[in-house]
Design a protein around this ligand. Structure first.
Ligand code: TMP
Length: 211
């Protein structure tokens, strides 16, 4: 089963993916945790290029292709082999991030983005996508105030960009409501985790009953 996490920057995805991985491992599941962009040597190299604050001249099309290059490598090298072994794969961001950020955020043609994603992933789609819902200004405030190196080139876009990203996510959810679960990420971390576990257990019971 393939589970992805989406949301605005600073919504707590990384923490929640980690907590869910620990929970599922304790329940006896084989779990692989990864993230985008990244998760392989090649994809991590592309991540450096993408998030470097100095790369202000990067064109939106180049950005989209690079995210998809990193994704193609991750899918082929890590995600597909793990899924084939029956491992539960948790991914911190996936193709919906490209639709939300490069599509709605940078206002590029969504159908073109979708074709590129189809090519990069070979048509792999998540079985469940958890949306951590937080107003974009709150997430950006969290990232900036943490001062832990999390501030990146995309965070540095203007607030209206981040508002388009969140509005874009809402459109994606409306288009495919059965794949998504929305969770209020302004709650305490443990409560968010409980909500995530409830949603995931429900879906696992259908896709991959306990061993
Ligand atoms: P993160 O690791 O902190 O989530 O940073 C990744 C950044 O890259 C984040 O700002 C969202 C952005 N991003 C895109 O713009 N498009 C994509 O396809 C992906 C995977 C991430």
């Amino acid at each position: 089963m393939f589970i992805t996490f989406e949301g605005s920057d600073g919504s707590g995805k990384t923490t929640q993916v980690q907590l869910l991985a620990e929970y599922l491992r304790q329940a006896g599941r084989s779990v692989l945790k990864t993230r985008e962009p990244g998760g392989t040597r090649i994809s991590d190299g592309v991540r450096q290029l993408l998030l470097d604050l100095a790369h202000t001249e990067m064109h939106a099309r180049a950005e989209t292709l690079l995210f998809n290059a990193a994704r193609a490598q991750l899918v082929a090298e890590v995600i597909r082999p793990a899924l084939a072994e029956g491992t539960v794969v948790l991914c911190d961001r996936f193709a919906d991030s490209t639709l939300a950020y490069q599509g709605y955020g940078h206002q590029q043609e969504i159908a073109e983005m979708a074709r590129m994603i189809e090519y990069a992933t070979g048509g792999l789609r998540p079985d469940l996508t958890v949306f951590l819902d937080l107003p974009p200004w709150e997430g950006l405030r969290r990232n900036r105030s943490q001062g832990n190196g999390k501030w990146n080139r995309l965070d540095a876009q203007e607030l209206s960009f981040h508002q388009r990203v969140v509005a874009g996510y809402r459109k994606l959810i409306a288009r495919e409501p059965q794949r998504w679960v929305e969770i209020d990420a302004s709650q305490p971390r443990e409560q968010v985790h409980q909500d995530v576990v409830r949603a995931v257990e429900k879906r696992l019971a259908v896709f991959a009953p306990a061993p």
